[in-house]
Design a protein around this ligand. Structure first.
Ligand code: SAM
Length: 269
């Protein structure tokens, strides 16, 4: 437990539109809410800030167990509800191609194993932590996994990742708060250019309940308002096709939204 604000901290419970906010990927913390204009990694005023932002996150995750509980900050029991919500979301989207999907910030392959591999012939993963990537390989190739298969595992940060394939679906869940705003937009652009015609890019993320970005110093991440994600997706050339709030999560967590988008450039792709 820690307090992270430098000046005039306001606890989440003090704010009109906030709850006490443990978050899915950091359940033990009570998140405080405030703008961090001076020290945000997104401001890029200090050349040291951005590498530090990524290094701290890397260190944080290197100390987390390679388990579903670890991935979900102690809330492993919500995994089934989460996967079910995502499955319904994708079913309603009617994803056109079924050959190749990409799981971004895949962790130990929880989403690949339970959501994507059953739907796509092959699934590639990107994950920055080597131990998680290795665990993902194990989980996604175990005998209980259906006939579909694991493809490439790219062991690197999303801020550096440039796909060499074209995907029928790109899924990115509970990881984008680890990217700075400029890296996020650049990542969105690269994903847009890596979609097959008509394919979807989907994100599933915590969002803040106010217009503020909420910074978490412990895992070195930020929680953005929904509008920020919408704005950055559009800035990167996406058209938002569907937006759904995940239902049936425990009370007190940040709202979680799934957003599906398509390229609006190159004739709509
Ligand atoms: C909350 S876990 C979510 C894992 C998975 N998406 C899931 O829903 O089970 C966040 C994951 O993002 C990874 N991660 C953090 N920063 C990253 C980055 N810059 N690039 C790629 N992965 C990152 C962490 O190592 C961790 O595996």
């Amino acid at each position: 437990m820690y307090s992270k604000l430098d000046t005039n901290p306001v606890t989440a419970c003090d704010k009109e539109d906030s709850q006490n906010l443990p978050k899915v990927n950091n359940y033990k913390d009570v998140v405080l809410e405030e703008k961090h204009e001076a020290e945000s990694p997104n401001n890029l005023k200090n050349e040291k800030v951005v590498p530090e932002f990524y290094n701290k996150a890397q260190k944080y995750w290197s100390e987390v167990p390679a388990t579903v509980n670890g991935m979900l900050g102690g809330l492993g029991y919500i995994s089934a509800i989460d996967i079910q919500g995502s499955r319904i979301f994708l079913r309603e989207l009617k994803v056109p191609g079924k050959k190749l999907a990409l799981d971004c910030g895949a962790g130990i392959g929880r989403v690949s194993r339970n959501l994507l591999i059953p739907m796509f012939n092959t699934v590639d993963l990107v994950e920055q932590d080597a131990a998680f990537a290795e665990k993902a390989r194990e989980i996604c190739t175990s005998e209980s996994v259906c006939r579909n298969s694991l493809g490439e595992i790219y062991n690197m940060g999303l801020q550096e990742f440039s796909p060499i394939h074209k995907y029928d679906l790109i899924w990115s869940q509970w990881v984008l708060g680890h990217l700075t705003d400029p890296d996020l937009v650049a990542f969105f652009r690269r994903m847009r250019l890596s979609l097959q015609p008509g394919a979807y890019f989907c994100i599933k993320e915590n969002v803040s309940t106010s217009k503020n970005v909420i910074k978490d110093d412990e895992d070195s991440s930020i929680t953005r308002p929904l509008e920020s994600y919408e704005r950055y997706l559009k800035e990167a050339g996406f058209r938002i096709v569907r937006k759904v709030r995940q239902q049936n999560f425990p009370k007190g967590l940040f709202p979680v939204y799934m957003i599906a988008c398509k390229s609006q450039l190159n004739g709509g792709n």
